[in-house]
Design a protein around this ligand. Structure first.
Ligand SMILES: *[C@@H]1O[C@H](CO)[C@@H](O)[C@H](O)[C@H]1NC(C)=O
Ligand SMILES: *[C@@H]1O[C@H](CO)[C@@H](O)[C@H](O)[C@H]1NC(C)=O
Ligand SMILES: *[C@@H]1O[C@H](CO)[C@@H](O)[C@H](O)[C@H]1NC(C)=O
Ligand SMILES: *[C@@H]1O[C@H](CO)[C@@H](O)[C@H](O)[C@H]1NC(C)=O
Ligand SMILES: *[C@@H]1O[C@H](CO)[C@@H](O)[C@H](O)[C@H]1NC(C)=O
Ligand SMILES: *[C@@H]1O[C@H](CO)[C@@H](O)[C@H](O)[C@H]1NC(C)=O
Length: 371
């Protein structure tokens, strides 16, 4: 009797080990690849959708201010893992909305509803880690933003940093998944508050290259923000700040207005060459930094397609669990457009022109030129 009981006691740790091994099953993907599970958060490159909720699609009448053809849910399904958005105060409702520059230009609804969309996706995808980057145009307090997280039901899944300063010691994706803290949030800027420990001040942890580029030859890897760095990229890297590469082009319009450049975006986002392509810029920055950028932030992410450069930097050739999206302009412009090669793009173009004319007129009125 005794030896048998002893043997089963000895077997217990083996059973536990097996159970543990199953939780980090090497054939289960984290962020679309089993290769990424045991990599630290600061040792992977993530694809970012710049201005994720600001769409150039039917929901916005193909607004020229729109930065993406496909919505946040579709972005995540296709492999985007960083979502940026601007938070502004809606002057009518006083609510915190996600708005492009101003809520009168492009209002994509309440922040809590957008976070709710992200939450729904996270619930449906339990092995994925997502990062949200909020530009705090509303100058909202940590507790006001935390209330939006609470209302969206997404606070429970939010990661709380273990370091109050930039660190080389980030958890692996598997640890974030096992801990149930699969949402990371950075805010530019926020005064950290113990009441909202999950809202990390962006420029404590991240540095960015310049983002106001209008020509494919403008892209630079030099640390541009936070301004306190005074362009000192080495200092940012030595401090373990994570590199965020802004890689999108704006078109210069009248009155200094800039709108996302869609006509060149398939080159801007391309992995393989072309002046100002994502592939060559990422290679350049990886060389300058001595490490791959942590985030690549792009407009019209499905063009290029941008995810190819991210996979190459991560050494991922076997990505799984992604929906494939069309890499043509105007994808998502209407039913079935996602499956067409160029379908819908001329309709988008015309509508865009019309809306630009309308916008131009409104702007002229606004500036008092027609008064
Ligand atoms: C790992 O996951 C695969 C696919 O879900 C499954 O077939 C396999 O049995 C799992 N292995 C272990 C050790 O749990
Ligand atoms: C992750 O670390 C490995 C090993 O040090 C390195 O080769 C790779 O470039 C790193 N990747 C990123 C994205 O940091
Ligand atoms: C996102 O877009 C897809 C089509 O690509 C649509 O089916 C879905 O309803 C949209 N989701 C939201 C939350 O708007
Ligand atoms: C504010 O929110 C309301 C209600 O959602 C919306 O109708 C309005 O367009 C928004 N924008 C502004 C500038 O008030
Ligand atoms: C940083 O670089 C930008 C762009 O080259 C330049 O305009 C700015 O003066 C530089 N700032 C400092 C502090 O050197
Ligand atoms: C977008 O950028 C390309 C490359 O500089 C340029 O040729 C094109 O005119 C730009 N498109 C718009 C709409 O400004």
């Amino acid at each position: 009797m005794f030896p048998i009981a002893l043997r089963s006691l000895l077997l217990l740790p083996v059973a536990l080990r097996l159970a543990f091994a199953a939780s980090s099953n090497s054939s289960i993907a984290c962020n679309n690849s089993p290769l990424l599970c045991n990599r630290a958060y600061n040792n992977i490159t993530q694809l970012g959708a710049h201005d994720s909720p600001f769409l150039r699609d039917a929901s916005t009448d193909y607004s020229l201010s729109g930065n993406q053809y496909l919505n946040t849910t579709a972005q995540l399904a296709a492999g985007v893992r960083l979502l940026s958005a601007q938070v502004q105060t809606n002057s009518t409702t006083n609510a915190l909305d996600v708005c492009h520059t101003s809520c009168s230009l492009l209002d994509a609804g309440r922040l809590r509803d957008w976070l709710g969309e992200v939450n729904s996706w996270l619930i449906a995808n339990p092995n994925d880690v997502v990062t949200v980057l909020l530009v705090n145009g509303a100058d909202a307090s940590a507790s006001d933003l935390a209330a939006e997280y609470q209302a969206a039901g997404i606070s429970e899944i939010a990661h709380q940093p273990t370091s109050a300063s930039a660190t080389s010691n980030w958890p692996t994706l598997q640890t974030l998944i096992d801990d149930g803290t699969r949402l990371l949030t950075f805010v530019a800027d926020i005064t950290p508050s113990p009441s909202a420990p999950h809202l990390m001040n962006e420029f404590t942890y991240i540095f960015e290259n310049a983002y106001e580029n209008t020509s494919p030859t403008d892209f630079s890897c030099t640390a541009n923000r936070p301004q306190t760095l005074n362009n000192n990229t080495e200092q940012a890297l030595a401090a373990n700040m994570l590199p965020l590469m802004n890689h999108f082009l704006d078109s210069q319009q009248a009155f200094g207005i800039q709108t996302p450049n869609d006509s060149y975006a398939s080159v801007t986002n391309s992995a393989n060459g072309g002046v100002g392509s994502l592939g060559s810029a990422a290679a350049q920055c990886t060389n300058e930094y001595g490490r791959a950028p942590t985030f690549l932030l792009v407009d019209f992410f499905n063009l290029g397609p941008a995810v190819q450069t991210v996979d190459a930097l991560n050494g991922v050739t076997d990505a799984v669990g992604r929906t494939s999206v069309s890499s043509s302009a105007g994808a998502g412009a209407g039913a079935g457009a996602g499956a067409q090669k160029n379908g819908g793009s001329s309709a988008v173009g015309w509508s865009g022109v019309e809306h630009f004319m309308l916008c131009f007129t409104l702007l002229a009125v606004w500036c008092g030129l027609l008064l």
